[in-house]
Design a protein around this ligand. Structure first.
Ligand code: AMP
Length: 112
């Protein structure tokens, strides 16, 4: 997607420092961190949100969750706990229309 900020990051057109990448998934720090650890985990493929996932893309969902759990271990927050959040649509506050999970941890997180 030409104008998508995360597609631009994936293509290397916007600078970022990936902390994980494979053939399906890229992860990089959120530019405005809401916790000591705040990493965005995104598919390389442009998909607007989890509302566009279905059983045919089950393998992608597992790969995204695998990457999040791996990063939680690498960031040292697997034991202290973490939160995975993904927003869908205007009422959630979704700003970037490219599916992503927020991996948050390293601080006591507020209640939902
Ligand atoms: P959401 O509101 O769920 O769509 O979250 C989008 C997130 O992307 C926000 O937390 C932003 O801080 C983050 N963000 C936007 N642009 C960039 C960027 N260039 N690099 C890293 N994170 C970004």
């Amino acid at each position: 997607m030409v104008d998508c900020v995360f597609c631009k990051i994936i293509r290397g057109e916007i600078p970022s420092s990936p902390v994980y990448q494979d053939d399906m998934v890229v992860a990089f720090p959120d530019i405005h961190p809401k916790a000591r650890v705040h990493i965005l985990i995104v598919p390389r493929e442009h998909i607007a949100s989890i509302a566009d996932l279905n059983q045919e893309r089950a393998s992608l969902l597992i790969r995204l969750i695998d990457a999040a759990n791996r990063l939680a271990r690498e960031e040292g927050i697997a034991g202290s706990g973490y939160r995975l959040v993904t927003n869908v649509g205007p009422d959630s506050g979704q700003e970037v229309q490219h599916l992503h999970w927020h991996l948050l941890g390293g601080d006591r997180l507020g209640g939902l």
